[in-house]
Write a protein that binds this ligand. Structure first.
Ligand SMILES: Nc1ncnc2c1ncn2[C@@H]1O[C@H](COP(=O)(O)OP(=O)(O)OP(=O)(O)O)[C@@H](O)[C@H]1O
Length: 328
């Protein structure tokens, strides 16, 4: 893999989990391109399939899950959906930096952070381990932490927010050029969150990364992402440049998400929670539009036909009602 920011092309990706009711898709026929050097945000409520999609970038979906169809082409690595165990192990960390959701729990409780950092370096053939430690301390210092102290600490000695930042450091420290951050700021207060997102943007630009940020918080995406993909029930329902999607959302789900956030609406009294609850694997419709149960624009066709993503310039939206209206 070259030192340049890689492009990523996800094509027709379906990921299923084995359940008592059979194998059910958590991600269904998803296509998404991460442009080299861009920050892409994937946003959606809990259970929409964001983490499963992100794990597919590392081919790290664990049983009872599996990639059932599709490709994940990463420049310099090829189709990671087809890579073997050893090739994948090498790619993780060195080429693809990853902060798992709830980074709090991904640290080893028995080892200090510093020991885990050295293990990570050794397992990826880093010769200059002193340099690695220096780099880790610098990253931690940028995120407002005392690097030496953190590296000497065990997980239980760190707060949730500190662990979150350690997770971000571990994702960046090997100098991967594709970085995936799954809920990077959930354990943080608003000020620390804004500070971390600023650092994510700075490091992204300095190092020339391709970055994917997964979050349920559309406000996080608004702050950090160039492009935005909205997921619901395992499908991407709308995507495009963040400013355009947030400025003029087309899909009724995107509109609902935006209306629910006081920060984006601008007036707390005008924020309205999205009615209803997101579907689970067992309840997500296997036919027709996945969002129809909660949709004010629902039409008969939504019961039977899955809306396909329709492109308009750099944006796509998958909604029968929007397509009918815009082509009327
Ligand atoms: N190991 C598993 N076994 C069975 N079902 C699973 C498993 N992991 C995830 N799922 C289901 O797959 C769907 C998508 O989950 P996923 O974690 O990808 O969504 P998400 O959007 O990241 O949500 P969250 O933010 O809550 O993690 C959910 O319905 C979830 O219950």
């Amino acid at each position: 893999m070259s030192n340049k920011a890689p492009g990523v092309r996800i094509g027709g990706l379906t990921v299923v989990y084995k359940t008592p009711a059979g194998e059910l898709p958590a991600v269904r026929d998803v296509s998404l391109t991460l442009e080299p050097g861009s920050i892409t945000g994937i946003v959606g409520e809990s259970g929409s399939g964001k983490s499963t999609l992100a794990l597919s970038l590392l081919n790290a979906v664990q049983p009872p899950g599996r990639i059932a169809a599709g490709t994940v082409e990463i420049d310099g690595l090829g189709d990671v959906a087809a890579l073997s165990g050893e090739q994948l192990r090498k790619a993780r960390g060195k080429h693809i930096g990853y902060v798992f959701q709830a980074a709090q729990n991904s640290l080893n409780p028995l080892k200090t952070v510093g020991k885990q950092l050295l293990d990570l370096g050794r397992s990826h053939g880093v010769d200059d381990l002193r340099g690695l430690v220096r780099e880790a301390k610098e990253l931690l210092a940028r995120m407002g932490l005392d690097g030496a102290r953190v590296l000497d600490s065990h997980q239980h000695e760190l707060s949730g927010g500190m662990r979150q930042r350690v997770g971000i450091m571990l994702a960046l420290v090997l100098n991967a050029h594709l970085v995936v951050l799954d809920e990077p700021t959930t354990a943080l207060d608003m000020i620390t969150q804004a500070n971390i997102l600023k650092i994510v943007r700075e490091v992204h630009a300095e190092r020339g990364l391709t970055t994917l940020v997964i979050t349920h918080d559309i406000g996080v995406v608004a702050e950090v992402a160039d492009r935005l993909a909205v997921m619901y029930g395992g499908r991407i329902v709308e995507q495009g440049p963040t400013t355009e999607v947030l400025g003029a959302p087309r899909h009724p789900y995107t509109r609902g998400l935006i209306k629910a956030i006081p920060r984006l609406v601008g007036d707390i009294s005008e924020a309205q929670a999205l009615p209803g609850r997101p579907p689970t694997l067992a309840t997500v419709p296997q036919q027709g539009c996945v969002f129809r149960e909660r949709c004010a624009l629902r039409m008969d066709v939504c019961e039977t036909e899955d809306p396909q993503a329709v492109a308009d310039g750099s944006r796509t939206v998958a909604c029968h009602a929007v397509t009918v209206k815009e082509h009327a």
